[in-house]
Write a protein that binds this ligand. Structure first.
Ligand SMILES: NC(=O)C1=CN([C@@H]2O[C@H](COP(=O)(O)OP(=O)(O)OC[C@H]3O[C@@H](n4cnc5c(N)ncnc54)[C@H](OP(=O)(O)O)[C@@H]3O)[C@@H](O)[C@H]2O)C=CC1
Ligand SMILES: Nc1nc(=O)c2c([nH]1)NC[C@@H]1CN(c3ccc(C(=O)N[C@@H](CCC(=O)O)C(=O)O)cc3)C=[N+]21
Ligand SMILES: [Mg+2]
Length: 285
């Protein structure tokens, strides 16, 4: 039976420390760290995510600012909101909740976010620092950084291991594959055009999956004793499910993240962590 990598428990521990730190920083600076969340339109899933982020900020003492824009907002108007938040000295972190309505370019608006305030770690400057392994000099993407915390916390060695990343998005798959490579794992990156996915996954000591395809990874695709990280979130008949057939794969894996309660909470935790980090960097602490 696999060890369950508990994202709620690890989050509790990290958020507890952040709360203490925020209290001290607030006394020192005369104001708390602040996160601005920009939400365009009213996608129900995004509404829930934003609400959770704002709640999590409140719990550790981070001030949050919600900027809601109508679904028919123009690109130039969205860019302008980001420019205003860049110029507001009391704002330390800015995120634009994705996905955006069809007519808007996320690439364009992300380029407007000041890299020092880019707490999602999506700006090309931060992506470059991530590639180079200069984690301390920038802000790293929250989901991949949260996954790396699991490996640290549970003492999971990466050096020399076969790591397989399924999914190659700019926000999860590519940066996580890169972080695994920086940790000296031998990394394969698979995606929808990969011929014989199971051939790769069966050889993985560390298997990370971020596709959004419910239960893509079955037990017969997993090596005995593998560490399995399930990043996918889908809603099937009102229930949240991951990309891994958890019930069967947990019998074979040595460690596995559940969905919910695994990577998701850690993503939010790393957003809080990045907001505190951005605040400290901006204040010169
Ligand atoms: N837990 C968390 O905190 C977070 C969870 N998520 C979840 O993670 C999942 C992925 O998100 P994101 O990276 O943004 O998604 P994208 O849709 O941007 O990327 C999905 C990736 O999976 C690949 N893929 C799709 N189908 C298959 C398949 N059948 N076999 C192999 N590869 C496949 C795609 O390949 P191609 O591009 O070639 O089609 C692409 O590389 C989603 O469920 C999302 O909700 C995302 C962010 C945070
Ligand atoms: N600019 C931007 N940054 C993001 O980081 C971002 C985004 N846009 N758009 C959407 C995706 C998805 N994402 C998740 C965060 C937390 C959970 C999470 O906390 N999940 C809980 C369950 C939550 C629930 O009950 O719905 C869990 O897995 O236990 C899931 C998914 C961040 N994303
Ligand atoms: Mg996505």
């Amino acid at each position: 039976m696999a060890v369950i990598l508990d994202g709620k428990e690890l989050s509790k521990k990290i958020r507890g420390k952040l709360k203490e730190e925020v209290k001290e920083l607030k006394e020192k600076a005369g104001r708390p760290p602040a996160l601005a969340v920009v939400l365009v339109g009213n996608d129900p899933a995004s509404e829930i995510y934003v609400r959770n982020k704002i709640k999590a900020c409140g719990e550790v003492g981070i001030r949050s600012i919600e900027r809601r824009l109508p679904a028919n907002t123009l690109q130039e108007e969205l860019n302008q909101v980001v420019r205003e938040l860049n110029e507001d000295d009391t704002v330390d972190g800015i995120i634009v909740q994705l996905p955006l309505p069809e007519h808007l370019s996320c690439r364009e608006v992300i380029n407007y976010i000041s890299p020092e305030k880019d707490v999602d770690g999506f700006h090309p400057v931060n992506a470059g620092k991530c590639l180079l392994g200069l984690y301390d000099e920038g802000l790293m993407p929250c989901t991949p950084a949260g996954v790396m915390k699991f490996f640290e916390e549970y003492g999971i060695e990466l050096q020399g291991k076969n790591a397989v990343m399924v999914g190659h998005s700019n926000i999860v798959g590519k940066p996580l594959a890169n972080m695994l490579l920086n940790a000296n794992a031998t990394v394969s990156v698979c995606h929808v055009y990969t011929d014989d996915l199971a051939h790769y996954t069966r050889n993985a000591d560390i298997l990370c999956v971020a596709t959004g395809v419910p239960h893509l990874i079955k037990a017969d695709m997993v090596k005995e004793g593998a560490v399995v990280i399930d990043i996918g979130i889908s809603r099937v008949n009102g229930k949240i499910v991951g990309d891994v057939d958890f019930e069967r794969v947990k019998e074979k894996a040595s460690a596995i993240t559940p969905v919910p309660g695994g990577v998701g909470p850690m993503t939010i935790t790393m957003l809080l962590y990045n907001t505190v980090k951005a605040f400290k960097m901006r204040m010169g602490y």
